[in-house]
Design a protein around this ligand. Structure first.
Ligand SMILES: Cc1cc2nc3c(=O)[nH]c(=O)nc-3n(C[C@H](O)[C@H](O)[C@H](O)COP(=O)(O)OP(=O)(O)OC[C@H]3O[C@@H](n4cnc5c(N)ncnc54)[C@H](O)[C@@H]3O)c2cc1C
Length: 482
């Protein structure tokens, strides 16, 4: 139910009161709202943008679940311990180890809850392995898009009659006696509304779109092209810090090493899995690409000059068949062709002898010789003419650090105790991708934190607020017009 808040704020009384107020209408926010509604609370969602188009909608919608019935049906053996070990192996110890354990344990329930209770269409993504996962574990909508995931969540919120107010950013949290009591939102005409709530869930994502915060807290990603949603400007972190909240893992981020420099379309890392590699302006490789798309972004950020993904026509056809968005690379003119290595080198402006030597060395490594960078996986084997190359640039998708939360998504204050009435999830909360840089990111960590902490926050906000089951407490309706 799309609503507009119309009543001007008065300092004394809220215009609207709900049990649970959700700040941000992305994946975390909608899951939190649905979970709180399912637990019997009155809920409202405030969204800054004119439509629900945050990072969740931009994503490929891949959600990890360890031990789901979909895995069992596909003969995949998995469970929380295996998943937790995969996550910790990649991230190393960090500021939110308790969340890694909690979310790995919740992941199967999350996927099945999304299917059964939130009516999200999910299938197990088979066919290729994802970065960091020892087994097939990612579940995604049939279209493999976050847009479809968001459409399903929006439909469920609508079905439940949850008020969602787009174009009405929260500009301030209200606090009384150390307890968060609601928020002030601003409509497109600049009028402010005061919403009272027993619990406020910060689901406003991270600070990837706030250059000042990236420079201060996540400097490793400063030189990357920001490719996340424009709404991720760090308000949750700013409010939390002002309230004295603890923070964690602030230097961590999800990068992507394969943004096509011309069009901004993603060169999916499946190209690397099939045998592609990255060269710089000298025609030489710069590292082991199988580190993964996020970790390799860090390698690219340390390099100088233009970078190119080198692959062949076979890989192009194979990947485009499974991931139609990759076909855009060729359609939009980002894929340069060369009948020989020399021709390709000339087309992209790198030394021909060097590129030929690089392609030959990669072929030798694919045939079993030691690779200079230690790469051992070469997908379809040696590249074969005709060749392809796409100029790429490293991207920042989203920041992975944020407000410290406990196992129940309660925001932790300076004294180590929860700040009463305040919850956070997704990009607003501390992530599970290590402390620093893009190395600790495992595919699906973003949505696991968003949807998993959203589910936890929605439930615990209702439990803490002691909402009587089945007796929603929407006290004042007149400030809401549908
Ligand atoms: C291209 C791309 C691909 C990705 N693919 C994957 C993937 O396949 N799997 C995965 O796990 N992760 C992926 N990620 C990461 C994932 O998208 C994010 O981690 C996740 O969507 C974060 O969810 P969220 O709900 O916290 O944020 P969002 O979905 O961004 O929602 C936050 C919402 O809050 C709103 N907001 C912000 N400030 C305010 C305010 N002051 N008042 C009101 N509203 C506000 C924003 O406008 C936004 O709509 C990808 C990211 C990108 C950019």
């Amino acid at each position: 139910m799309t609503v507009t808040l119309t009543t001007a704020a008065t300092p004394e009384t809220p215009d609207i009161e709900v049990d649970v107020l959700v700040v941000g209408g992305g994946g975390c926010g909608l899951v939190a709202a649905i979970a709180a509604d399912a637990a019997g609370a009155s809920v409202a969602v405030l969204e800054k943008q004119s439509r629900l188009a945050g990072n969740t909608a931009l994503s490929s919608g891949s959600i990890p679940g360890a031990g789901t019935r979909l895995q069992a049906a596909a003969g995949v053996t998995d469970g929380p311990d295996v998943f937790r070990n995969d996550l910790m192996r990649v991230s190393g110890p960090h500021d939110a180890d308790h969340l890694t354990e909690r979310l790995a344990g919740l992941s199967a329930e999350l996927v099945e809850w999304l299917i059964d209770e939130a009516h999200v269409g999910l299938t197990l993504v088979a066919g290729y392995k994802h970065v960091g996962h020892s087994v097939t574990r990612l579940h995604a909508p049939p279209s493999r898009t976050g847009a479809e995931l968001m459409a399903d969540l929006e439909a469920e919120a609508e079905r439940r009659g949850i008020p969602v107010a787009p174009g009405q950013p929260v500009v301030e949290l209200t606090v009384a006696d150390g307890r968060v009591t609601g928020a002030i939102a601003r409509d497109p005409d600049g009028r402010e509304s005061r919403i009272g709530a027993k619990a406020v869930i910060l689901a406003a994502n991270g600070f990837g779109g706030a250059r000042d915060l990236v420079a201060e807290l996540c400097p490793g990603a400063q030189a990357a092209t920001y490719a996340g949603a424009t709404g991720s400007t760090g308000e949750a972190l700013r409010w939390g810090r002002a309230l004295g909240a603890r923070t964690g893992n602030l230097g961590a981020y999800q990068g992507h090493a394969g943004l096509a420099a011309r069009s901004g379309v993603l060169v999916t890392w499946t190209v690397v899995e099939r045998g592609g590699f990255v060269v710089d302006a000298s025609g030489q490789r710069i590292g082991d690409e199988t580190l993964g798309y996020s970790a390799f972004a860090g390698v690219e950020l340390a390099a100088t000059g233009p970078l190119f993904m080198v692959y062949d026509a076979r890989i192009e056809a194979d990947v485009a068949a499974g991931q139609p968005e990759f076909a855009e690379i060729a359609r939009m003119g980002d894929a340069v062709a060369g009948a020989t290595a020399g021709e390709l080198a000339q087309a992209i402006g790198v030394p021909g002898d060097a590129l030929t030597a690089t392609i030959d060395a990669a072929a030798a490594a694919a045939a079993g010789q030691a690779d200079a960078f230690g790469r051992t996986a070469w997908g379809l084997g040696a590249l074969q003419a005709p060749y392809r190359a796409t100029r790429i640039t490293p991207a920042l998708f989203h920041t992975q650090g944020g407000l410290a939360v406990d196992r129940d998504a309660r925001v932790i204050g300076a004294d180590g105790a929860p700040i009463p009435g305040l919850y956070a999830g997704g990009g607003a909360a501390t992530g599970i991708s290590g402390r620093d840089g893009g190395n600790g990111y495992v595919s699906g960590n973003g949505l696991l934190s968003a949807l998993g902490l959203g589910l936890i926050a929605g439930r615990s906000a209702v439990a803490d607020a002691a909402v009587p089951d089945g007796e929603p407490n929407l006290k004042v309706q007149q400030g809401v017009t549908t």
